[in-house]
Design a protein around this ligand. Structure first.
Ligand code: AMP
Length: 282
């Protein structure tokens, strides 16, 4: 596996690789890798070409400085994990490589209402930062495929819109959420959970499973209320629990008793903010 720090070096390697005519599949990450990230690497490998993974903790997508500062870093074990799981190139850029002219600029892209709901509403500026970094990484890597996790359901929707609106011509491939045995969605942030909250955090998954059952006999608003109460009674602080159309991400009404529904949730487990989602009706 090649370890590349500079975009110049990445560029010259990719120009040579282009001669093979094979595809480049790209997995952007912020490191502290776990089996969820590895599932993306495996998916990227299915394209039969080059697998490039980036590790860059993007400062512009953190709406709180302390969240950025406490984000877990484990570069060495990340590299070992990538090496052992079929990654060909790991790109570890410095901030100056990603933002040579500083971070204070706007992309000609507007996430629209996606910026006003759920993650957009509770983390102002987050998707602007996500779009900024993904756009820049795509510019550097020029992949055929961009592989992202459904764990960040709304992020996928924002990037899908960016690819379409800006005509970026990259195929977006998504990967199912990988969970711990007790259902907690794998996340780099789980490393920050204190033991008692780690146990309590499974309620997020349980609330969605219960909601899936409740939706069979209840109105959406009632199922949602019960899910919020369940999360609260376990000692977590839910920020939102929404039942949305998986294509538009808009909340479903009590009258919409048919069609697919995705539960999307964000909750604080102590001082760690966790997000998750799951289809609760097909
Ligand atoms: P992050 O390092 O958190 O920015 O995540 C990098 C990529 O991994 C994103 O596309 C995430 O959606 C994806 N990812 C994170 N956690 C999981 C998981 N548990 N299962 C599948 N994909 C995930």
């Amino acid at each position: 596996m090649l370890i590349i720090n500079e975009s110049r070096e990445l560029n010259s390697f990719l120009s040579l690789f282009e001669l093979t005519g094979l595809k480049v599949a790209f997995v952007p990450t912020m490191g502290a890798l776990h089996q969820g990230h590895i599932a993306l690497i495996r998916k990227a490998n299915q394209s039969g070409g080059l697998v490039v993974c980036s590790i860059f903790i993007n400062p512009t997508q953190f709406n709180k400085t302390e969240d950025f500062e406490k984000y877990p870093v484990q570069a060495e074990s990340d590299i070992d994990l990538l090496k052992a799981n079929g990654c060909d190139v790991v790109f570890l850029p410095k901030k100056e490589e990603i933002y040579p002219n500083g971070t204070d600029y706007d992309l000609p892209f507007d996430p629209g209402y996606l910026d006003d709901i759920m993650e957009g509403k509770f983390r102002p500026g987050h998707f602007k930062g996500v779009a900024q970094v993904v756009y820049r990484l795509l510019e550097l890597v020029q992949p055929h495929e961009l592989v992202m996790g459904e764990k960040d359901f709304q992020q996928v929707a924002v990037i899908r819109k960016m690819i379409a609106d800006m005509e970026l011509g990259v195929e977006l491939v998504t990967c199912r959420t990988v969970r711990e045995k007790d259902g907690l969605a794998m996340s780099s942030r789980n490393l920050l959970l204190k033991a008692d909250y780690r146990e309590k955090a499974t309620v997020i998954y349980q609330s969605m499973v219960e909601c899936r059952e409740n939706l069979k006999s209840m109105k959406a608003s009632q199922a949602k209320k019960m899910a919020i109460e369940k999360i609260e009674s376990a000692g977590l602080k839910p920020e939102y629990f929404e039942l949305v159309d998986p294509f538009t991400l808009l909340s479903i009404s009590d009258e919409q008793t048919k069609g697919p529904v995705q539960a999307c949730v964000a909750a604080w487990a102590g001082n760690v903010r966790l997000i998750d989602n799951m289809p609760v009706r097909h």
